[in-house]
Design a binder for this molecule. Sequence first.
Ligand SMILES: [Zn+2]
Length: 84
Amino acid sequence: MYKVMLRKNATGEQKLVEIADDWYQDGLSEYMWEDGNYACDCNRAAFFGDDPCECGEIAYTALYAVLEDGRQVKLDADEDAQAA
Ligand SMILES: [Zn+2]
């Protein structure tokens, strides 16, 4: 189990959501958030109880993951930093 801090970009609302999966140290979990299933707005919408929106990667931002040992791993925030 781990947690991810998600931001709904339209409102700025942030929510720390629990993910039942293990965090995979080999980069698989990061991949899932950056390019895999969890990267898509349609799946992220469910964490906010929003109606499934269109597929895309603009409506929600995954800021960072919080692992069971408390360590934080940056997710989409890396892209924000590069774009700034
Ligand atoms: Zn989608």
